[in-house]
Design a binder for this molecule. Structure first.
Ligand SMILES: Cc1cc2nc3c(=O)[nH]c(=O)nc-3n(C[C@H](O)[C@H](O)[C@H](O)COP(=O)(O)OP(=O)(O)OC[C@H]3O[C@@H](n4cnc5c(N)ncnc54)[C@H](O)[C@@H]3O)c2cc1C
Ligand code: FES
Length: 277
């Protein structure tokens, strides 16, 4: 007899590690008591017992089954409570929910990733998943921006210190809005490094995730460069509650972002109201 999964029941997960990424962002590695598989781009609801829950996208590789990373910016009630937790504390995890990145459909393509701020979370899961099957893709160009060097998440990965990087197939371009005396890299918003791509746009995919203003101008820059609108993948962050298509909080036109997204192509959402809010 097959067991029907109860989508409302959070699975208990112990916090195994905490990494402070920036003054407002931490990455929590949690160990769920039951296996929870996910695909890059799908999201989960994290529950703080007695307080509430909020949606987050795992930032670790989907191929790691016993642990999941969540990279969380402290913006309010639930996120502040999680930021005050340490190793050994427990949270609840429901999910995964929604639609992630369709990696199989991208075989043979060049992939441009444009991200900023805590939008790096789903992008790290995506990047790690792409790297694990690098032979399937022609090239990955990862452009990431933060306000200052202190605000860069995943510094090791972004600053090319990761030993597995193959410069012929993977290129990282990192930029900050404002440098400091130690910063030797590009200064400017992320769109300033989204140029001279050397990509065959008819055979390329663009992926954008970040704060609303970055999503908007990042997407417009890909449109201007000539990316087909159905080849631009956005990660939509509408307010969510149930995560399973029941409450209607996440409506975007005729779409329910918790089910039809959060990963959606630009051609589907470009005419919907308030897509950048
Ligand atoms: C599919 C999805 C994936 C997400 N992934 C991540 C992630 O990986 N890392 C991360 O740090 N954040 C992520 N978020 C945003 C995160 O869910 C919100 O920051 C969180 O819900 C805020 O909860 P809170 O109780 O701390 O804040 P609240 O006290 O509820 O509110 C604080 C502020 O955050 C805004 N806010 C509240 N809920 C949301 C929401 N669901 N989406 C956007 N803004 C909200 C409010 O308007 C308010 O300005 C994701 C959101 C969605 C929809
Ligand atoms: S979050 Fe409830 S319907 Fe989408």
């Amino acid at each position: 007899m097959s067991v029907v999964k109860n989508v409302y029941r959070p699975i208990t997960a112990e916090i195994l590690d905490v990494v402070t990424e920036t003054p407002t962002i931490k990455t929590f590695t949690v160990g769920p008591k039951e296996d929870i598989g996910f695909k890059a781009g799908e999201f989960m609801e994290l529950t703080v017992p007695g307080l509430g829950e909020a949606p987050f996208t795992p930032s670790s590789s989907p191929s790691v089954k016993d642990k999941i990373d969540f990279t969380i910016m402290n913006v309010g009630k639930v996120t502040d409570a999680i930021h005050h937790m340490d190793k050994g504390a427990t949270v609840g995890v429901r999910g995964p929910f929604g639609a992630g990145y369709p990696l199989d459909a991208w075989k043979g393509k060049e992939i441009l990733i444009v991200g900023g701020g805590v939008g790096g979370a789903p992008l790290r899961a995506l990047f790690l998943a792409l790297v694990e099957r690098l032979d399937d893709f022609k090239r990955i160009l990862y452009c990431y921006g933060a306000k200052t060097p202190e605000d860069l998440v995943y510094k090791e990965l972004l600053m090319n210190k990761w030993p597995k990087l193959d410069p012929k197939k993977i290129e990282m371009r990192v930029t900050v809005d404002e440098g400091d005396s130690s910063w030797k890299g590009n200064v400017g918003v992320v769109t300033t490094v989204v140029k001279d791509l050397g990509m065959d746009l008819a055979n390329s995919i663009g992926v954008v995730c970040g704060p609303p203003v970055m999503m908007k101008f990042g997407t417009f820059s890909l449109v201007e460069l000539g990316f087909p609108h159905n080849a631009i993948y956005l990660s939509m962050e509408k307010n969510m509650s149930c995560g399973i298509g029941k409450c209607g909080h996440c409506m975007l036109g005729e779409f329910m972002v918790c089910q039809d997204g959060p990963v959606m192509t630009y051609d589907k959402v470009k005419d919907k109201p308030a897509i950048w809010e």
